[in-house]
Design a protein around this ligand. Structure first.
Ligand code: HEM
Ligand code: HEM
Length: 188
């Protein structure tokens, strides 16, 4: 994969946008299935878990790819002050952290209550083997789901910050920061 200095590589860009859409969908679905009065939320839970695990697999590919193939981010335009570069890098680091914590707490919660995960009603996904002593603790699943909920709200807050910053660069500054995350149009 060739990487120009001005923008991210195609694999990073495609993974960024696909994962962004899936994560926004998961947050919206999670809030809807948990806070709307729905008679039987089982089908929505199955969809959330299936899309959540699929997203986790893509996130692992993204992390491995960035660590092994594409570690160096493209340079910011010189007009971006150092404080904004550090802020952007810190928020992106935090977004990576939540991309691990969210699926991990969801998967662990299902494993701690021995609740089978069947992706899209089709493929059985393994549970994490946990020691008996841990499985017998009746409070653990609730605690993990509570963590999942808290993390998802914090995640949503940082995503909002990240999107606002992108909009600021695209609409107010028009400085080419967002173009670094766009696939280059073929030149005529
Ligand atoms: C990036 C991945 C994920 C995101 C962003 C996400 C987000 C959310 C959100 C926003 C909620 C609603 C929180 C609330 O009640 O306010 C939720 C609930 C839930 N999620 Fe996830 N989730 C992800 C992955 C997963 C995975 C992989 C699983 C399981 C395999 C899972 C299982 C659940 C369950 C069971 C609930 C309902 C919790 C309850 O009833 O209190 N999630 N998720
Ligand atoms: C529609 C909403 C979004 C927009 C407009 C957007 C825009 C951007 C832009 C312009 C960049 C490049 C800026 C830079 O390098 O500092 C970027 C990078 C990044 N974005 Fe987003 N983003 C969105 C959603 C998300 C979501 C939901 C996540 C988390 C799941 C996310 C995670 C990241 C990460 C980790 C980077 C650093 C590059 C990488 O490692 O892929 N973005 N985003």
């Amino acid at each position: 994969m060739t990487e120009t200095p001005e923008r991210y590589g195609t694999v990073v860009i495609v993974l960024h946008w696909v994962i962004a859409l899936l994560v926004l969908f998961l947050i919206a679905l999670g809030l809807y299935m948990d806070h709307a009065s729905i008679d039987d939320p089982t089908a929505l839970h199955t969809l959330h878990k299936s899309v959540g695990i699929t997203t986790m697999v893509l996130i692992i590919v993204r992390i491995v790819w960035r660590l092994t193939r594409n570690l160096k981010a493209p340079a910011f335009p010189p007009s971006v002050p150092k404080v904004q570069r550090v802020a952007a890098g810190s928020v992106e680091g935090i977004l990576y952290l939540f991309q691990i914590l969210l699926p991990a707490t969801g998967w662990l919660a299902m494993s701690s209550m021995a609740m089978p995960i069947v992706l899209f009603g089709w493929v059985s996904w393994p549970l994490i083997p946990l020691p008996e002593s841990v499985m017998d603790d009746g409070d653990l699943p609730m605690f993990l789901l509570q963590l999942h909920q808290w993390f998802s709200w914090a995640f949503a807050g940082f995503i909002a910050l990240h999107i606002l910053a992108a909009l600021y660069h695209a609409v107010v500054k028009r400085d080419g920061v967002v173009a670094r995350m766009m696939v280059r149009r073929p030149s005529k």
